[in-house]
Design a protein around this ligand. Structure first.
Ligand SMILES: [Zn+2]
Length: 282
């Protein structure tokens, strides 16, 4: 049985180069190298430790919505550059670079059926300028909310955001009020709004629609907060408790209703909507 004890030779630099980087992902939870296709089949949840890796808006739509029922809305809305903003590069160039990666904005909106229930949903995508909320994100979410209102369909928002898009200054902050107003109208009409918080949901998104759900669900270990922990520690001059701003901590303290594994999210949302059914059906 000598081969059991055979020393493993480290990979030579040459061998390492032969491993295609687009085939594998490393799990941030357990460090395991995972075959990307297997990971995708599991909705980007690590099969070994359950860590929830980042997921695209399109994949989240696939996860929640019955196949062949999704119809995208407002795909052609594009940001303007009202402030002529330039940081390391002009804002229009930043938008163009983000678009070149195949997304049109940081949110994908549409209608579809979730386990046979007609819904409207908006899913944010962190890969587009950090999921930042500019005027297009706000407008698309407000329009989606209005469709939910007009057609009396439950509304879902899946959030993933670094906060307001600083390149649009006050225009991005105004989206907080705009989206919150539409959600208030849904509330008045007794149409359910479910907010799903994914890692990370921060800044102006947390301070507006993300925390306004009739039910707020969060993925395991998602960071959800307004300011980051370092800023808070420096401001209040206190060490923050362990797990602060993580989904489980927020559930324990009543900010989040339930932490739900992504693979069970559809079933959970369907169950909640069926419970509320009598309230919203016209
Ligand atoms: Zn893992």
């Amino acid at each position: 049985m000598a081969w059991f004890r055979k020393d493993k030779k480290p990979l030579k630099a040459q061998d390492r180069r032969d491993v295609p980087t687009d085939v594998f992902d490393k799990c941030k939870g357990c460090g395991e190298i995972l075959y990307r296709e297997r990971l995708a089949q599991n909705f980007n949840v690590c099969p070994d430790c359950g860590y929830h890796l980042r997921i695209s808006a399109e994949t989240y739509v696939e996860l929640l919505i019955d196949s062949d029922t999704f119809e995208e809305m407002d795909a052609d809305l594009r940001a303007s550059d009202p402030l002529g903003f330039v940081d390391s590069k002009p804002y229009p160039e930043r938008i163009a670079a983000a678009e070149a990666k195949g997304k049109s904005e940081a949110v994908l909106c549409g209608t579809g059926e979730l386990d046979g229930i007609e819904v409207v949903l908006s899913v944010m995508d962190f890969s587009f300028i950090g999921g930042s909320m500019g005027s297009v994100v706000g407008e698309k979410i407000a329009r989606a909310g209005r469709v939910a209102l007009e057609e009396a369909r439950p509304f879902l928002i899946v959030s993933a955001s670094g906060g307001a898009r600083m390149q649009e200054g006050i225009y991005s902050l105004m989206q907080m009020a705009k989206t919150a107003t539409v959600l208030a109208r849904l509330h008045d009409a007794s149409i359910p709004f479910i907010s799903i918080l994914t890692h990370p949901t921060t800044g102006g998104v947390t301070a507006s629609y993300a925390m306004l759900g009739d039910v707020n669900l969060a993925e395991p270990e998602a960071l959800v907060g307004f300011a980051g922990p370092r800023v808070i520690e420096e401001t209040i001059k206190q060490e923050l408790p362990k797990g602060f701003q993580r989904a489980e901590f927020l559930e324990e303290h009543g900010m989040v209703d339930r932490v739900v594994d992504r693979r069970e999210m559809k079933e959970m949302v369907a169950t909640i909507l069926r419970h509320q059914h009598a309230g919203w059906r016209p």
